[in-house]
Design a protein. Structure first.
Ligand SMILES: Nc1nc2c(ncn2[C@@H]2O[C@H](COP(=O)(O)OP(=O)(O)O)[C@@H](O)[C@H]2O)c(=O)[nH]1
Ligand SMILES: [Mg+2]
Length: 202
């Protein structure tokens, strides 16, 4: 039976990436009956109902390495925690909480200080040093500068990776330039009231 990874889920439709092709699949009713959530990141076995239309059915979910609730995902092996240096200012409590959770789930964590163009070099170095000194991999990026995305790419290879971090820190900007196309919408941070909130562009 062909094996693949669920790369997207929307209601009861799943995209499964197999070695050579992406199939649009539904899931067998048994999963719902058993109360099993079918998650992005799940490794699955499928039967192909139409090769021509690239359609199939998920038959089996293979054992999970781990599972997280928010966002609902399975088999994460890497998290890139994005912290912005300014607008919004660094949320170190959130960072520490996420580092602890990732450790518990056995997920490798990379800390990415973004918006380095908005901060002083010394500020960035001071923060970076704290986390480097306790053994974390730290990268510093200006997501607006497309070349810097190369710093992140090596961590994406052979991993199932999630980008995490507060709204407005630059996750969409980073992911869009990694894939060199618009996958997600970039938000606009309201600078009028500096409330650090993100508004989606319509
Ligand atoms: N100056 C600067 N702005 C950035 C950088 N990264 C993202 N932004 C801007 O910050 C805003 C929020 O970014 P977005 O990617 O939507 O954040 P998300 O909510 O984490 O997905 C957008 O207006 C981006 O253009 C950066 O490195 N430097
Ligand atoms: Mg976003």
């Amino acid at each position: 039976m062909p094996k693949g990874i669920i790369i997207s889920a929307s209601s009861n439709l799943y995209q499964i990436e197999t070695e050579n092709k992406i199939y649009n699949c539904t899931a067998r009713g048994k999963f719902k009956n058993e109360g099993t959530n079918v998650l992005v990141g799940d490794k699955v076995e499928i039967t192909i109902s139409s090769e021509e239309k690239a359609e199939g059915i998920i038959e089996q979910i293979l054992p999970r390495y781990n599972e997280i609730k928010r966002p609902k995902m399975a088999n994460l092996t890497c998290i890139i925690l994005v912290i912005s240096m300014k607008m919004p200012s660094p949320d170190l409590l959130l960072l520490d909480k996420e580092l602890a959770l990732a450790k518990k789930l056995n997920i490798n964590t990379i800390i990415c200080f973004n918006k380095t163009d908005l901060a002083k070099k010394e500020e960035i170095e001071k923060l970076s040093k704290i986390y480097k000194d306790i053994g974390y991999e730290v990268i510093e990026t200006n997501a607006k500068n497309k070349g810097e995305i190369e710093k992140i790419k090596p961590f994406l290879e052979n991993n199932i990776t999630a980008f995490a971090g507060n709204s407005g820190v630059g996750k969409s900007t980073l992911t869009n330039s990694i894939f060199e196309k618009e996958l997600t919408q970039e938000g606009i941070i309201s600078s009028k009231n500096k409330k650090e909130k993100t508004q989606l562009q319509k």
